[in-house]
Design a protein. Structure first.
Lengths: 115, 115
DNA sequence: TCTATATACATAAGATTCTTATATATTATA
DNA sequence: TATAATATATAAGAATCTTATGTATATAGA
């Protein structure tokens, strides 16, 4: 994952970001994911292709995502969606992430009202 | 960093955890850091030596920490403390981490009251 | 018209950070 | 007397990222 502001910070969050967006959106393609993340975070988290595409391939390989290519304006788009297995996984991963962020907030004295 | 619950989750947070603890505590030694983190997080975040010691060495090499060895009960302890440079760095890193966690919470719909 | 930007995907090389395993040594506990 | 706790350290390998490159089409501007 990339961003000018958070260089190298909190690796390992890309997976859950992808999974969560697909939990909300039914189906999305890679480039769309980069744009949505950029919008939601006001340009503060900028995903790089070098991180995103391998991550999508891995999730697909693990059976958490299904993929289907479509031609739009003569350009290929690869749409991803959560599989059954993927839908179950998001829930588990989200809870883990929430819990971890709560603990991290505790360690950093960040007043973890979010817990 | 290690923990049974968050396998491989959120790499890159170890540095700021160390720096923040040293901002609160003046000086600490490695083993002490593992114990404090374990206590604060109710055993949910367990640092491994393989991650902690190299991280401490790196921070020292970068000039953010100073180290001094002491003998306690005939056992060597290596105490670390923030340097001038380290004290400045913690503030910057803490703000980055806070900001990142806010954005992550946004992306994950975690009701980011903490922001 | 041509050039740059946006859209869209992909991969390879290298860096960083972690896990797992091993090693050493002293003290306390069962 | 053996095991756990205390205390530090490093090496091999895995995972995830950054940076760079490559391909290709569509659109907007000069």
């Amino acid at each position: 994952m990339n961003s000018t502001k958070y260089k190298g910070l909190l690796k390992g969050s890309l997976q859950i970001i992808i999974l969560k967006l697909l939990q909300n959106n039914d189906r999305m393609y890679g480039y769309e994911i980069t744009q949505v993340v950029k919008e939601i975070t006001n340009g503060e988290i900028l995903l790089t292709e070098g991180a995103l595409y391998p991550a999508l391939h891995k999730l697909e390989k693990e059976g958490l995502l299904t993929a289907s290519v479509e031609l739009v304006d003569n350009r290929a788009r690869k749409y991803y969606a959560l599989s059954e297995k993927g839908r179950a996984k998001v829930k588990v991963k989200l809870n883990e992430t929430k819990s971890f962020m709560g603990n991290l907030a505790l360690l950093l004295n960040l007043n973890p009202k979010m817990a």
